[in-house]
Design a protein around this ligand. Structure first.
Ligand SMILES: Cc1cc2nc3c(=O)[nH]c(=O)nc-3n(C[C@H](O)[C@H](O)[C@H](O)COP(=O)(O)OP(=O)(O)OC[C@H]3O[C@@H](n4cnc5c(N)ncnc54)[C@H](O)[C@@H]3O)c2cc1C
Length: 539
């Protein structure tokens, strides 16, 4: 492999205490989609917001990096619901001042290899339904019932989100309405709900083929999160033109316009609480930034277990609540650079999902028990094929990304080591896992063997190092039924001046984190001040 050159693609302003303004209206910890959305909306309301990001570049899981002439995304492969003027699209347009553009993927945007069978999705509600019926003609009734369930959960998802933005007493008053809106299937497992519609395990597997998008197989996942993802991609997948990093790049100017800034290399060490109220944050270099409003987008585990003083977390009751939520699965990533363009190499604008069999839960269990068992899912994405601008930045080349689950525990023994210097045994373990994943790529596209110029592998320790996730969590908190029913996962915390945002408030996904940003802003400023902004965004 050629020697590594460092990445040059960095956005945000490098933190130095003397670069800070004398005061801010709010501090946001973390510059992922949740943090940036909250900061941008508050900025639009005239607030001066300081975003503190520990990584060398802004964007959280939406950042991209360059090495050896190639560019990869770390946490964005496709986004749904942006092909028309939907609520999601309007919010992206607003945050990016219309500068973020979207390129559609192929109509068959996801392809599932399940054992020796192959199934494609189809973009479009009717097309999706007809395509399923074509593949499972004897299951037409079950498929139509499934489509009805998806429709029913749509309105309930908004009610669920709004419930989280309410004050506890408002939620109590609204409880009968919320209970009425939320269907009985909401918090049941996906498999339970689907197996009442059909006993065709292949159909269930195809319907759950995107389980990797929220990190739990059907016997563990909640139907509401399954439905949210299925609805999100119902009209196909889209890719941000210019790469995932364009998301943060187009939002940051809105924060700067109000006098705010997004600082990188800015690790918050502690949320300062005095007299029972938040007073600011202490940085890793010891510098104190005073502010009575701190919004944490660094994840619930980070916030309550690592950033808040232990006595405050205990006294406010959060320590007792944490055992009700678990970290999501960790993952391996393979970042591949190829000589030759996507067109020359025939790379599709379709994601591949490769499964050993239609029993996803059994495959996960087997893998967790034995690392030599087949990967329960291997996901392959072709970002340069999806991005119409890629060749302007990296002519004559293309890229591929592979993602697969891997328990954090396999890597825990190296957690005290430093990135890039973890030792030969770690490198050998990582290389062997990387080779297994590359074999999946070559099995599907053998002609690529001669075109691969470079690849590197990330492990859960990379996620820990670059994203601050202590267990290498792929999606923050696991989306179990228990987690989805934790009412304390809401923007307003019990500690005056401390707010939460990001994927742990609602659900994972760039859109999930963005919607959490909207809810956090609404909780902070109240519905009266939010109403004109909502009108501006949604018309
Ligand atoms: C491999 C992978 C693929 C994915 N693919 C997709 C996809 O195709 N489509 C999709 O919609 N979603 C996808 N997701 C999920 C999506 O990227 C995330 O759910 C979403 O971006 C999370 O946003 P967030 O703001 O909540 O968190 P993050 O983006 O993780 O932001 C949190 C930020 O906080 C910072 N931070 C943590 N601790 C501190 C501290 N002490 N001080 C300062 N900063 C701190 C972190 O560095 C990080 O930047 C994927 C995720 C992964 C990992």
């Amino acid at each position: 492999m050629p020697a590594m050159k460092p990445s040059t693609l960095r956005i945000g302003y490098r933190y130095r205490p003397n670069r800070l303004a004398s005061e801010y209206d709010a501090i946001v910890i973390g510059s992922g989609m949740g943090g940036l959305t909250t900061a941008a909306l508050l900025s639009e309301l005239g607030k001066k917001v300081c975003v503190l990001e520990q990584h060398y570049t802004a964007g959280g899981y939406t950042h991209s990096y360059e090495r050896n002439g190639y560019e990869w995304d770390v946490g964005v492969h496709y986004i749904g619901d942006v092909g028309a003027k939907t609520q999601t699209r309007r919010m992206f347009d607003f945050l990016s001042s219309g500068k973020l553009e979207w390129a559609p993927m192929d109509a068959e945007y996801d392809r599932f290899y399940i054992g020796d069978k192959v199934f494609n999705t189809r973009a479009g509600k009717q097309q999706f339904r007809d395509n399923l019926v074509r593949q499972f003609p004897e299951e037409e009734t079950a498929i139509d019932s499934y489509m009805e369930l998806l429709a029913k959960t749509g309105g309930a998802l908004s009610a669920f989100g709004m419930g989280r933005a309410m004050k506890p007493w408002q939620q109590t008053l609204a409880r009968p309405y919320l209970n009425f809106k939320i269907p009985s299937v909401f918090f049941r497992t996906t498999y339970d709900v689907l197996s009442e519609l059909t006993d065709n395990q292949d159909l269930i597997a195809v319907i759950c083929g995107q389980w990797g998008d929220m990190g739990l197989p059907p016997k563990q996942s909640t139907f509401m999160v399954h439905a949210m993802i299925a609805r999100h991609y119902l009209y196909g997948g889209y890719y941000p033109v210019g790469g995932a990093w364009k998301i943060a790049d187009t939002i940051i100017p809105k924060i700067q316009k109000s006098g705010g800034e997004v600082y990188t290399y800015a690790r918050v060490e502690e949320i300062i609480v005095e007299g029972g109220e938040v007073r600011g944050v202490r940085m890793k270099d010891g510098h104190r930034i005073d502010c009575g409003c701190v919004i944490s987008s660094a994840g619930v585990d980070n916030t309550f277990r690592h950033l808040l003083p232990t006595d405050v977390a205990n006294k406010s009751g959060y320590t007792k609540k944490l055992p009700h939520v678990q970290p999501s699965f960790a993952h391996l990533g393979v970042y591949i650079g190829l000589k030759g363009t996507a067109e020359e190499l025939g790379l599709p604008k379709t994601n591949f999902w490769i499964y050993p069999s239609n029993d996803y839960d059994a495959a996960v269990d087997a893998f967790v028990q034995d690392k030599n068992a087949p990967f329960p899912v291997v996901y392959i994405s072709f970002p340069s094929a999806k991005d119409p601008d890629y060749l302007n930045r990296h002519p004559g080349t293309s890229t591929i990304e592979i993602v697969a689950p891997a328990p954090y525990a396999w890597f825990a023994k190296w957690q005290e080591t430093t990135w890039g210097k973890r030792g030969d045994d770690y490198d050998a373990f990582k290389a062997a896992l990387g080779e297994r994943l590359m074999a999946h790529l070559y099995e599907k596209l053998p002609h690529l063997r001669d075109s691969v110029d470079y690849y590197e592998v990330s492990t859960p320790l990379s996620t820990n190092w670059f994203g601050g996730y202590h267990q290498g969590e792929l999606y923050g908190l696991a989306h179990t039924s228990e987690r989805m029913q934790q009412d304390w996962l809401r923007p307003k915390t019990r500690i005056p001046g401390l707010w939460l945002t990001g994927q742990d408030v609602l659900t994972c996904g760039v859109t999930g984190a963005m919607m959490a940003g909207m809810l956090t802003t609404m909780s902070l400023v109240g519905p009266r001040k939010m109403a004109p902004l909502m009108k501006q965004i949604y018309g």
